[in-house]
Design a protein around this ligand. Sequence first.
Ligand SMILES: [Cu+2]
Length: 424
Amino acid sequence: METRRQFILSAAAFAASTGLIRAAEPPSLGDSPAKPAARPPVPVAVHDLPYAPVVFPGTSTLPWTMEGGVKVFRIIAEPVQAKFAPKLDVNAWGYNGESPGPAIEAVVGDRVRMLVTNNLPVSTTIHWHGLFLPNGMDGIGGLNQRKIDPGQTFKYEFTLVNHGTFMYHPHFDEMFQMGLGMMGLFIVHPKERRTPIVDRDFAILLNEWLVTPGSYTPDPTEMTNFNLFTFNGKLFPATEPLVVRLGERVRIRFANLSTTNAHPMHLHGFSFKVTGTDGGPIPESAQWPEVTINVPTGSSRDIEFIADAEGDWGLHCHKVHHLMNGMGHNLPIVVGVKTGDLDERIRKYFPSYMPMGVGMAGMMPMGQPANMLPMGGIEGPFGEIDGGGMFTVVKVRKGIKSYEDPGWYRHPEGTVAGPVVEAK
Ligand SMILES: [Cu+2]
């Protein structure tokens, strides 16, 4: 059966291929008839739009209908089959078939109506994290509203007042429901474009999971010891690259709804300014330069930079164990030991034992449980790229005509580190 997301994407692809829609029409202005709010086709000429449409690498945008001047979104809370990577399936909970749920994108001044249907076996609510709204729309079960029981549909309706990078998630049995993946991004654009105008605007929702190797269902009771770390529900090598034309101004919005961890997001190759949080935009005089920005759980951080250097630049969480997929913990460490046949002998007593310090890529293939992604799943231009989790690549290219993945960067002659023979 074609999922809603596939339908939206294929409808958008069809429309783009037949020239039915202009690149990235503003989805919010006026009472225009309903149209699917799929990711904008490429290339995007954004300077004649009221804002740069946000790109959600790895996830989709929630469509809406206009009814009497109200923008109506339909949200279905339900169990979903998530695919963190081609060989990693997860029995998650989410919205409209996805975890994270499809991103909501709207503009200050919009009247929005959220029709939330609960197809879960338990009660739930939705809280609109960071939005200014009437107290009775804030979504804390028992405090602001009755819980949405299984089978019920609740209406939330309010006018968007503040802009920024926000989220939505249940505010009832949060540990269980968010631990199973119930969350999504909610981007509100200002009425007047924020200056300087960005050419590319990306948003990434950060989450962490415990899916015990060999199993398919996350353990939502885990408090500290997570083993999978996702960008918009995908982990490297299944994360999508962020493709940028040389010289463009780029915004990346990070939002974190992980159970416990902050994620220090590190961008290679550039210094960026921190331009906003879920509390709102930061005035230019108060913005500061960074190459790593910590994103605590329950918060968002917007960064901006000029992509003035070509290349394949890493973008990742700097907690190095968040760059691994399904990594086992509590292993004996024998870094520096000449092991000989020690590996085999130790493995007799500790079947999960893997030698450390030999490079991740060599570690995994033996005795791997089902539904576990091996480390080092991708062949780069210089050999295998090891690692996984919260990692992607910002691909900056000169003169590209589209934002499709351009492949690996081709370095100019003489600009790549390599071996030398030193004179004795
Ligand atoms: Cu992290």
